[in-house]
Design a protein around this ligand. Structure first.
Ligand SMILES: NC(=O)c1ccc[n+]([C@@H]2O[C@H](COP(=O)([O-])OP(=O)(O)OC[C@H]3O[C@@H](n4cnc5c(N)ncnc54)[C@H](OP(=O)(O)O)[C@@H]3O)[C@@H](O)[C@H]2O)c1
Length: 327
C-alpha cells in the first residue's frame, strides 16, 4: 500500500515523501489515517531535540484516527473497515500508519476521526500519570497544570469523570474562564501574580492530593507547598524550564512523592495495560459524551510547519490536528 508521509529534511523544511507499507506483523493493523494529532514532542523532534526511541518509526506523529485497511494474522480486537484511533510509535504524520492492535480504540459513530485523533496521547498521558503514578482516588483533588493544553483540557474532564475535583492553571483571564467551563473548580492565572497565593486565597493550600505538572521551573516549589500531606506530584513537561530549586524539607515534612514519566519511553506492555484500563474506566465516559476532546483547528498534512508554528505561538486552545489524506 502506497503511503505519503512527512519528513523534516532540515528543522525548517517539511517534504512530502512516498513509500510502500509492508504487511502488518501478526499483532499490528494498518490504518488509512484521516487525522493525526500534533503534540509538543513533535516540535522538539523536528528541531532534533527529542530523538525518537531506537525501536520507533523516524516519521513524526504519535496518534492517529482513521479506518483499518489491513490486519495481522493474530489480530482479534479490530476488523478491516473498523474506525479506530490509536497511539502510534512514530509514523502518524502520514496517510497510512502501522500500529499495534492493543494500542487502538474502536471509535463509535458519534465521534469523528478528528475527535478520535485528538484522544490517544492525552488519554494515555493523563491515565498513566494521574491515575497510575499519581494514584488519584475518588473524592481527592487534582491540580492539572496547563488546562488549555491538549493534555490538560482532557485531563480536567477525566479527573471529574472519575469522581475527583479538578483545579488548573492557564495564562490569561480568558483562558482561565474557558478552562473553568471544562469543569475545573478553580483556575489560577500563571501570568498574573503569585500562583501559590492564588490557590491559598481560594482555600486550596495543602488540599491537593495529585499535581500533574507540565511546567517545571519555578512552579515546582509552589507544587510542593500546595500538595496535601502524602501528596503525589508528577512532572511530565518543562514549559517553564528544566531546572527547579526546591526545598527538600517540604518534601519530607509532608511525605510527598515527586515523580515523572514520558509516554514515548514507556514499554509496549505498559501502554497496552493503560489502554485496557482506559477501555474499562474512561472509554464508557467518552461514549456517554462526558469526556470530549477540545479541538482548536486542523491543518492539511502539507501545512505541517504552519501547524507547528501555531502550536509554538501558544495561541491555540486544546488540540491541533493534521488532515492526512493527500489527493
Ligand atoms: N511526559 C509525557 O509523556 C508527555 C506527553 C504529552 C505531553 N507532555 C507535555 O505536556 C505539555 C502539554 O503538551 P500538549 O501537547 O498538550 O501542548 P500544548 O497543547 O501546546 O499546551 C502547552 C501548554 O503549556 C502552557 N504554558 C505555556 N507556557 C507556559 C508557562 N510559561 N507556564 C505555564 N504554562 C505554560 C499553555 O497554557 P497557557 O498558554 O494557557 O499558559 C498550554 O496549556 C507539554 O509540556 C508536553 O511536552 C508530556
Amino acid at each position: 500500500m502506497q503511503r505519503h508521509f512527512i519528513e523534516f529534511t532540515t528543522p525548517d523544511t517539511a517534504v512530502m515523501m512516498t513509500d510502500t507499507l509492508t504487511t502488518p506483523a501478526k499483532n499490528e493493523v494498518i490504518i488509512n489515517v484521516h487525522h493525526s494529532g500534533v503534540n509538543r514532542a513533535d516540535l522538539l523532534q523536528r528541531l532534533g531535540l527529542y530523538p525518537p526511541p531506537t525501536d520507533a518509526s523516524p516519521i513524526p506523529g504519535l496518534e492517529v484516527a482513521g479506518e483499518v485497511v489491513a490486519i495481522g494474522e493474530a489480530v482479534t480486537y479490530c476488523s478491516i473497515g473498523d474506525r479506530v484511533c490509536a497511539l502510534a510509535h512514530g509514523g502518524g504524520y502520514a496517510s497510512a500508519a502501522i500500529v499495534r492492535e492493543d494500542h487502538c480504540l474502536l471509535l463509535p459513530d458519534t465521534l469523528s476521526s478528528e475527535q478520535g485523533a485528538a484522544l490517544p496521547e492525552a488519554l494515555l498521558t493523563v491515565w498513566y500519570n494521574v491515575f497510575e503514578r499519581g494514584l488519584l482516588a475518588r473524592n481527592e483533588t487534582a491540580l492539572i497544570h496547563g488546562g488549555s493544553s491538549g493534555i490538560g483540557s482532557l485531563g480536567i474532564q477525566m479527573v471529574r469523570a472519575m469522581g475527583a475535583t479538578a483545579l488548573s492553571t492557564a495564562g490569561s483571564q480568558e483562558r482561565c474562564a474557558a478552562v473553568t467551563d471544562l469543569g475545573a473548580e478553580f483556575v489560577a492565572n500563571h501570568s498574573e501574580g503569585n500562583l501559590l497565593e492564588q490557590f491559598k486565597e481560594a482555600g486550596y493550600a495543602e488540599q491537593i492530593n495529585v499535581i500533574l505538572d507540565i511546567a517545571g521551573g519555578d512552579i515546582m516549589q509552589a507544587n510542593l507547598e500546595l500538595a496535601a500531606p502524602d501528596g503525589r506530584i508528577v512532572c511530565i513537561g518543562v514549559m517553564r524550564g528544566m531546572q527547579s530549586e526546591i526545598n527538600l524539607a517540604t518534601l519530607f515534612m509532608k511525605r510527598l512523592t515527586l515523580t515523572g514519566s514520558t509516554l514515548r519511553r514507556l514499554d509496549t506492555a505498559s501502554r497496552a495495560a493503560c489502554f485496557q484500563a482506559i477501555r474499562a474506566h474512561i472509554w464508557p465516559e467518552v461514549l456517554a459524551g462526558n469526556i470530549l476532546p477540545v479541538i482548536d483547528s486542523s491543518f492539511p498534512l502539507a501545512d505541517v510547519l504552519a501547524a507547528h508554528e501555531y502550536m509554538r505561538s501558544g495561541r491555540h486552545f486544546g488540540k491541533l490536528l493534521l488532515e492526512c489524506q493527500v489527493s
